[in-house]
Each structure stands twice: as structure tokens, then as C-alpha cells.
Design a protein around this ligand. Structure first.
Ligand SMILES: [Zn+2]
Length: 412
């Protein structure tokens, strides 16, 4: 490490930590994701271990939303250019969008956000006051035309799988919905083992990137600011970081080098309901609360890799249990146990004796939460001696119990 200048020691430490837990290095090592120049930069593929983590996260957030009044929808990843002209993206966000594709006499755009589709799903039915709040959620693809130079690993990508949701509510319900969204975000962070670096109230900046309607901005800012104060949250206010249609509460995370990014967000929007002429009983205009509990899956998993150093909580681990027969004699019993683990819903695999000594196999699977050792006694009884990742012994634990311990909690 270069030394001799002030701060060199702390520089060396933080650099070392950065290299240790860089999600790009660990992500490849753990088989989470990879990229290929033939597909293109910023377009990673999820390898089996990564797809397993991603599915666990998706299932968790889907269930968290379902238990909290959300209905899930699915919508296409592209739409006509006119859709984005109507939503305001074309005027305020075009530089981040892929250029249109011409098909026949029409132009289609890969969507830069899910909001317009959800606004049209709201509009597809008559809505009355008693239907509100209507909470729609979707884990869907969106696209950003980032330049190759700024792309890296899972943190800056061109294809994002976003955990998105929109609450359509009456104006007097908006504050409660913002607060409820923050409840979900905080519960998810606790479950995922994530600590927010800070909360940011992101406001309008100068220029035509932002819709010019000062009264509208003031109203939505006031709601977000009040909710944050009521929850006793410390937050910073920053100009120029808002969405083009409204202010946001951004929950910032930091990587080991201290670089910040937005993970979760809650936004109050009066603009798009007007652009899409959304109504409920008596011609009233709903408010749209945009929220993402865990942000884009790519950025989230990059952060999880760095936070946990690959030792994911049991419910997230790509492999939750490894079955280790002491010798070839116990292999049939170990295979039977593996089948029971898989049938019970565990992500499990076998590490047979021909892969080395028991100690070597345990070391090779040191990130796996449960190591199930099958010796002659366990083989006779049909069970295993369970060793946890930290080296502690759990004894003869039934498979069903391991499965129970590998479920996330949905408590708010
Ligand atoms: Zn939105």
C-alpha cells in the first residue's frame, strides 16, 4: 500500500475492505452472476446461485406486499412512444431512455418505469372512493440507456428488475400510505440485514428536468416531510434529486468504499394522475404514491453480497444445507436425506466422500448455513448431525425444523 501521506492507513483499510467484499469479485466467485461482452455490458446473467437468491428475495417481497394489502399485476416491458409522451417521460427523461423501435407505422419504447402502465391499469375500471387505497405492485423489467463506461457488475445495469408499486389513494389518505410504505421498507431491511446509510428527502432542482408547478411540489413535499418528522427520522433535504414529477424519500445505502446509492423510495405524485386523467367517484382526482420496498433486484443483491460477504441469512442462502456422508458407506443414507431436504423445500446439495476429507468438505461449504454430517449412527437412524456455519453443533435436528428456521419473518 502506498504510505507516507496523511490518512494513508485509513485509506489502506478501506481499500482492503473494498477489495475483500467487492460484489463483482465475490459475485463471480459465488456463482451469482456473470456478464459476456457478446450480450453487452450492463446486461448481466444470473447464474444458478444468483437466481436462487433472487427467487428467495422475490418470494419474500411478494408475500410481504400480499399480506399488506397489495394486489400484484403484470405489464409489458415496452409501450408506445405516445404513452411516455403522456406520462411526461419523453419531455423530462428522454436522455435516459433507449431510442424508439419502429414497427409498421408505430414506435415502441423499452419502458423507463412501470408507473404509466400502472396508471392505465387503474384507469381500466371505474373506481369509487371505497376502492381506495388501491395498491398495485409488480416486479417488472425497466430499462435505462446507460453508457458502457459507467456500467459495472450489478450496480449499474441497463436492464433493471424493479420491485415497484403504486398506491392510488384519496389526498387525505396519502400521508398514511407513505408511512405504511416506510413500515414495509424498514421491515424488509431488517429481514435482509441491511442498514440504511441515511434518509434523504429529494426535492426539485432547477431546469426543465422537473415539472414546473410550484404549488404541486409544495403540497407533495409537505406530506413527505411531515411523515418523516412524525416517525422521528433524521433526514437530509437535497435539491435536484427528486423525480421529474415529484419529491421522494430516498433510503440511501453505502458500499464498503462509502459510495452511496438509492435503494428504497417513496414518492408522492399529483402529476401523473392528472396526465392520465385518473378519477374516482364524482370526478375526484386520486394521488399516486410510488414506492419501492427493495429497489432494483440487481442493486439489492450486489449490496447483500457486500454486506454479508457471501454468508447470506439461511432464508436467502443459495444452498441452505449440504449433506456430508462420512464415507461411501453412508452415501445411500445421505442421498435419501438429500431427497427429504429437497422435498421439504430446502435448497440442498450433496458433497460425497470422494471430494475430500470431511474437514476439507466442510471448509469448501463454509458459507452454507447447515452442514448435515451422516456417520454410521446417523445413517442407521435416517438423520444427520447438524453443524451450523459458525461451527456450533445443533445435534440431530429434523429436516422440517431446518426448513422452519430458514423462513423469513413477515412481521412489521
Ligand atoms: Zn412509479
Amino acid at each position: 500500500m502506498p504510505g507516507g501521506r496523511p490518512g494513508a492507513w485509513s485509506f489502506a483499510l478501506s481499500t482492503q475492505r473494498t477489495i475483500m467484499n467487492d460484489h463483482r469479485r465475490l459475485g463471480r466467485e459465488l456463482g451469482i452472476f456473470d456478464t459476456d461482452p457478446l450480450i453487452g455490458s450492463g446486461l448481466p446473467c444470473w447464474l444458478p446461485a444468483g437466481a436462487a437468491v433472487r427467487k428467495a428475495v422475490e418470494d419474500y417481497v411478494y408475500e410481504l406486499e400480499r399480506r399488506n394489502g397489495y394486489q400484484h399485476v403484470n405489464s409489458p416491458v415496452l409501450g408506445k412512444r405516445e404513452l411516455y409522451e403522456r406520462s411526461g417521460h419523453w419531455a423530462h427523461y428522454a436522455e435516459d431512455m433507449f431510442p424508439p423501435m419502429r414497427v409498421g407505422g408505430e414506435e415502441f419504447v423499452l419502458r423507463p418505469s412501470l408507473c404509466p402502465h400502472h396508471a392505465l391499469i387503474y384507469r381500466s375500471r371505474q373506481r369509487s372512493r371505497r376502492d381506495l387505497p388501491l395498491r398495485l405492485a409488480e416486479l417488472g423489467g425497466m430499462y435505462r440507456s446507460e453508457l458502457s463506461g459507467v456500467l459495472g457488475g450489478l450496480t449499474r445495469v441497463r436492464a433493471i428488475q424493479l420491485n415497484d408499486g403504486h398506491v392510488f389513494c384519496a389526498p387525505d389518505q396519502a400521508a398514511a400510505e407513505v408511512s405504511a410504505a416506510l413500515d414495509l421498507i424498514e421491515a424488509a431491511h431488517a429481514q435482509l440485514g441491511i442498514r440504511a446509510a441515511r434518509y434523504r428527502l429529494s426535492l426539485r432542482g432547477e431546469g426543465d428536468k422537473f415539472v414546473d408547478d410550484p404549488g404541486m411540489w409544495a403540497r407533495s413535499e409537505e406530506i413527505l416531510r411531515e411523515v418523516l418528522k412524525e416517525r422521528g427520522r433524521a433526514f437530509d433535504e437535497e435539491r435536484g434529486e427528486g423525480a421529474f414529477y415529484g419529491p421522494k424519500i430516498d433510503i440511501q445505502i453505502a458500499d464498503p468504499a462509502g459510495r452511496e446509492a438509492t435503494l428504497s423510495t417513496v414518492q408522492v405524485d399529483y402529476f401523473q394522475p392528472e396526465r392520465f386523467d385518473l378519477r374516482y367517484t364524482g370526478g375526484e382526482r386520486p394521488v399516486m404514491v410510488h414506492r419501492s420496498v427493495i429497489g432494483g433486484i440487481e442493486r439489492l443483491v450486489a449490496h447483500l453480497i457486500e454486506v454479508h460477504g457471501g454468508a447470506f441469512p439461511a432464508w436467502l442462502a443459495p444452498v441452505q444445507a449440504v449433506v456430508l456422508p462420512l464415507s461411501d458407506t453412508e452415501r445411500p443414507a445421505a442421498e435419501a436425506l438429500l431427497r427429504r431436504c429437497v422435498a421439504a423445500g430446502l435448497r440442498a446439495e450433496l458433497a460425497p466422500a470422494d471430494r475430500g476429507s470431511l474437514g476439507a468438505r466442510i471448509r469448501a461449504h463454509r458459507l452454507v448455513p447447515y452442514q448435515l454430517v451422516v456417520g454410521p449412527r446417523e445413517a442407521a437412524g435416517g438423520g444427520a448431525s447438524v453443524r451450523r456455519r459458525d461451527g456450533s453443533q445443533a445435534g440431530d435436528v429434523p429436516v422440517e425444523r431446518l426448513m422452519e428456521d430458514s423462513r423469513p419473518s413477515f412481521e412489521i
